[in-house]
Design a binder for this molecule. Structure first.
Ligand code: B16
Ligand code: MG
Length: 217
């Protein structure tokens, strides 16, 4: 029986993915490193330092650990400035309605995000109080595709993996959910992935509650 839903944040509830892209692009440009949307796809759901390694794999020179830390800091400063103006109206279509319907039906909901900026983003879009649990980049050691963030979310909700449905937009997130032993709804960039249990272009194109109710019958 599915009795909990774990939402990825970036690319599922809010389109911060575009800001991540712009921040990496600026950082790469300043360093003279090739960066484009195709490379950016590989960064979805991946932690800041792991993302940096992917970006730097296109550089001609080697970077020391200290230099890498500086670059990650610089990227994050650009990103934080960009997300400063985020508002509730910036939530992705169908996100708020999905959350409200699940809560009204007594389904537990959690966040499972790789982002260390999760608390600030949730505050800005005024969603913090909706969630029964928050697992994010601040309380995990291994980034997606490792299942740690979803297993932590399930643990905080007091649910088994079999009771959880994950909603994800990233390949790394799909893999994380599957290795956690959870069902997964692929949206956005993951909306055509055959690895997903179900697919939808966005949360406005599916009733997650109806799907859960049918599945539980
Ligand atoms: P930060 P998610 C992920 O969020 C993003 O998709 C990924 O692009 C980013 O590198 C990662 O968070 C870390 O973010 O630099 O803010 O800690 O999709 O797991 O919600
Ligand atoms: Mg995501």
């Amino acid at each position: 029986m599915i009795s909990a839903v774990i939402f990825d944040l970036d690319g599922v509830l809010v389109s911060t993915d575009e800001y991540h892209y712009l921040a990496w692009k600026q950082m790469a440009k300043d360093e003279g490193i090739v960066f484009n949307r195709e490379i950016n796809e590989a960064l979805r759901g991946v932690s800041r330092m792991d993302s940096l390694d992917i970006v730097l794999s296109h550089a001609v020179k080697e970077y020391t650990l200290e230099e890498k830390k500086m670059l990650a800091k610089k990227k994050n400063e650009i990103y934080v400035k960009l997300i400063h103006t985020l508002q509730p109206k910036d939530m992705l279509p169908g996100a708020k309605k999905t959350i409200e319907a699940l809560k009204a039906a007594g389904i537990k909901i959690a966040i499972g995000s790789s982002s260390k900026n999760t608390p600030a983003i949730l505050e800005q879009i005024e969603l913090t109080d909706y969630f029964d649990a928050i697992a994010d980049g601040n309380n995990i050691t291994k980034s997606k595709p490792d299942p740690e963030v979803f297993l932590l979310a399930a643990h905080l909700l007091n649910k088994t993996p079999e009771e959880c449905l994950v909603i994800e937009d990233a390949q790394s997130g799909l893999e994380a959910a599957i290795s956690a032993g959870m069902l997964v709804l692929g949206v956005g960039s993951a909306s055509s992935s055959l690895q997903a249990t179900i697919r939808a272009k966005s949360l406005k194109d599916i009733s997650v509650l109806d799907w859960i109710n049918q599945r539980n019958r």
